[in-house]
Design a protein around this ligand. Sequence first.
Ligand code: FAD
Length: 440
Amino acid sequence: MTSRTAIVLFTRDLRVHDHPALATTCAAFDRVVPLYVLDPALAGRSPNRTRFLHQSLAALREALRKRGGDLVVRHGDPVVETVKLAEEVGAAGIALSADVSRYARRRERRLRDDCRRHRVALRTFPGLTVVEPGALTPGGGDHYRVFSPYHRAWSGHRWRAELAAPRRVSLPAGVRVGRLPAPPAGESPDAVPGGEDEARRRLSRWLPTLPRYDDLHDDLAGDGTSRLSPYLRWGCLSPLAVANAAGDRGSPFVRQICWRDFYYQVTDAFPDIGARAYRRGAAEDWRYDDDALAAWTEGRTGVPVVDAGMRQLRAQGWMHNRARLITAGYLTRSLGLDWRPGVAVFFRWLLDGDVANNSGNWQWVAGTGNDTRPYRSFNPVRQAQRYDPDGAYVRRWVPELAAVDGRAVHQPWRLPDEVRRTLDYPPALSAPGSDPVWLR
Ligand code: FAD
């Protein structure tokens, strides 16, 4: 009997545990070629994410080597390189985790066409979400547009079984593995490192704090959320495994994982999420002001909680969810600027930046998305006072204000003139002609 070979094409599923494409292929074929293609089309998008990707690839290679295999690395167009390798090794099949972005879907379509021409079977697998996009649909619609009913259906749905890592991965003889370049520098000095082992360690360390999640998750200074988002983004962790580890499906933490799935199924149905308003009839009368956008981007708007968030983003390639809500709300609702440049700035810096979650959340904040109350009012000072009550988060990230005690730090414009003059901090920026309540 001739031995059968298949390729597992990795994309943003950089793990060996609970990896349906890898587990199924290892069980069904004698020889398996785990492949990653470094795609120049994706290379320049975010130095932070490129660094995280390279670290995660190195870790994946290690994990595969421990199982007798390796990670085969190629550079170029993933479709061309995958099909070329399939010919070289005589692969009968290619396995791939299904993804929802416009780019990923086009890649899959092209790969499917080429596979057909070369008589190679292409099969896609779940793994990027807990519940596959499209698996749950409301009566009369192709996807859920509102979160709460989606959450109910998602919690009651039968999830797939979690899969063990394959014990052995057997490469065909003679395949050139290819070099993995050293991780590039990235832009954020305090960015966390990528990799599955790192991710699993962080998950185990964080899980004991889970019972306090509901109390802590909105506390900016307390910083008590899991910080697992970059590892979920790159598939160093399986979202199903994280949800299972958390246990209670109805818990506030697992609900956040559901938000992630929610935006994937929205993006699957509406791939234009990064470019066009999702909500029909959404008012889009934005202003365009390069100076204001630059001040926001660089964390020098003069609104302390906003500047703190944007500086955390630049330092760590990550920002607390509450700060993301505040900074995005300030850009769109207070300054009246278009959400799309905001999406682009986040997308450049965030280790967890992805089309579905970044654009989906931005549209929610901007009122063009799936919020059932798109015109809710927004007050950055009230938000700061509520979620950073003694100002510790602001003082951590805005050293110019380190000498201002307590919650007074949220409104430097209210400090006595003689104190304000000593601070090297700009006056607060607001939309021209506006007289916002929070600035009084
Ligand atoms: P935890 O609170 O520990 O939550 C656990 C996991 O649930 C997260 O890791 C994440 O995968 C998921 N999750 C939590 N909140 C959300 C949410 N609102 N939407 C979708 N998934 C969620 N998240 C991204 O993963 N990528 C993005 O590009 C992204 N952009 C955002 C942009 C804006 C304007 C806003 C308001 C939110 C954005 N989020 C994004 C969602 C959220 O801020 C982050 O997922 C969260 O802060 C990550 O920190 P954590 O892992 O500690 O989260």
